[in-house]
Design a protein around this ligand. Structure first.
Ligand code: UD1
Length: 418
């Protein structure tokens, strides 16, 4: 299996361009089947999760091609309505295909996503929302079978603002007769990007980015071109890396508003952040200090996806920082690996307490999940000696080439293919 070798100790200095957002591309690829036409999606990152989505589209009968960073999906030839179990297991967010296949084919069959590395990830909100829109679900031997002879508009109320359930509702609502109102909708920038894509296909969607999204369904849809927004979590990762290692880095293709909570935490820790146009620059010369408690929350709160990476950047800060993980259970699996490098972190349920240490030393470590893996890279950049990071297939799900990007920023990170 491939691994990363990271030599720590040097400050970072350099510039990198941030690639397109994984969490935008996935729902957009799913939604592309609504057009029954050709959609060209640019700024599409080459990621393992994107590869899984492409394999699902091909299984459904779509013709998909990748040229540079543009994915072209021709869904005129789509003829299947099932997602194979192997692909569901490879990517839990395959559930995002539920609303799209249902809207296009009137029927879907997929296995139930069970537990995963972040604790149980239920899909009750997805099912409830689609039932409101006229879908009927049956479970047979671990497989979900969903049908809807005619989807109808409805009032969807989400008990929590789930990103995936908001996206599935928006996509399915495009095929409903009448006006669907989604209340307590997620407000993430990726929801806004999905709405832009749906509108480019001819859909009538309003309110994305607020808690109430309205979709007037059954507009005639057609193929389109769309450019995906940049990945705010990748940008946050590189900001946290530079905050941890010190130095000065500049990231281009970044929407500063989308990274502002992470930027504010790094500023509180002693970093200087400046944004101009679509670029952000981080400078850190002195010592890092501990920050006020960080509570993860739905957007515009502090993103759960940035919890591990910010934690990694504060391991050598002066003082004690507290994290409260409110979105996912079991999202502290990276903590034991960080401890192998000498980090002082105690966890109890949803709370983690980080006491800054003077030194970290290199260690062989294993990625436990996507962002936990990126946190190990950050910690290794600040540790003395060379760390070997294994199980990097987790990192490949969300970073097109973290070793190359870190080298652009002056980090000593090599990928070894075995
Ligand atoms: C998306 C992101 C993921 C991010 C998460 C939270 C994608 C592909 N993934 O995941 O990177 O960490 O948002 O920002 O966009 N829940 C239920 N029932 C449901 C659905 C969700 O109880 O049917 C709960 C979840 O267990 C979790 C919370 O709602 O506690 C938020 O999850 P959700 O927003 O749905 O996350 P995802 O869409 O899976």
């Amino acid at each position: 299996m491939s691994y990363l070798l990271v030599k720590g100790g040097a400050p970072l200095c350099g510039e990198v361009r941030i690639h397109g957002a994984k969490n935008s591309v996935l729902p957009i690829l799913a939604a592309s089947v609504l057009a029954a036409d050709v959609c060209a999606i640019s700024n599409c990152p080459h990621l393992r999760d994107v590869d899984v989505a492409v394999r699902i589209l091909r299984h459904l009968g779509c013709i998909v091609s990748f040229s540079d960073d543009t994915l072209t999906v021709d869904s005129r030839t789509m003829h299947r309505c099932d997602v194979p179990d192997a692909l569901m297991r490879e990517m839990r967010s395959s559930v995002i295909f539920l609303g799209a296949i249902l809207a296009r084919m009137g029927e879907v069959q997929m296995s139930c996503p069970g537990g995963c590395e972040l604790g149980p990830r239920p899909i009750d909100l997805h099912i409830g929302a689609l039932e409101t829109l006229g879908a009927q679900f049956a479970e047979r031997g671990g497989a979900l079978h969903c049908t809807a002879r005619q989807l109808r508009a409805g009032e969807v109320f989400l008990a929590t603002p789930s990103v995936g359930a908001t996206e599935n509702s928006m996509i399915a609502a495009c095929a409903c007769d009448g006006e669907t109102v989604i209340s307590n909708a997620a407000r993430e920038p990726e929801i806004v990007d999905l709405a832009h894509f749906l509108r480019a296909m001819g859909a009538d969607v309003c309110g994305a980015g607020t808690s109430t999204v309205t979709v007037r369904g059954r507009c005639p849809l057609h193929g389109c071109t769309h450019r995906v927004i940049s990945d705010r979590i990748v940008a946050s990762t590189y900001l946290c890396a530079a905050g941890a290692a010190g130095g000065q880095v500049r990231l281009s293709a970044v929407d500063y508003r989308a990274v502002s909570t992470v930027a504010a935490a790094l500023a509180e820790a002693g970093c200087r952040l400046e944004s101009d146009g679509d670029a952000v620059q981080l400078t850190r010369r002195g010592e890092l200090r501990a920050i006020r408690p960080v509570h993860t929350a739905p957007y515009p709160g502090f993103p759960t996806d940035a919890q591990a990476i910010l934690m990694a950047s504060l391991l050598k800060s002066r003082g004690t920082s507290v994290f409260v993980e409110n979105i996912f259970e079991n999202r502290y699996r990276h903590v034991d690996e960080l401890a192998r490098m000498g980090a002082d972190i105690r966890t109890a349920g949803r709370v983690a307490v980080v006491c800054g240490v003077r030194r970290l030393q290199a260690a062989p470590v294993r990625c436990t999940d996507l962002r936990g893996g990126a946190a190990l890279v950050i910690a290794a950049l600040t540790a003395e000696g060379e760390s070997r990071i294994e199980c990097i297939e987790h990192i490949d799900r969300g970073y097109a080439d973290i070793a190359r990007d870190m080298r652009c920023l002056g980090g000593c990170v090599e990928r070894v293919e075995t």
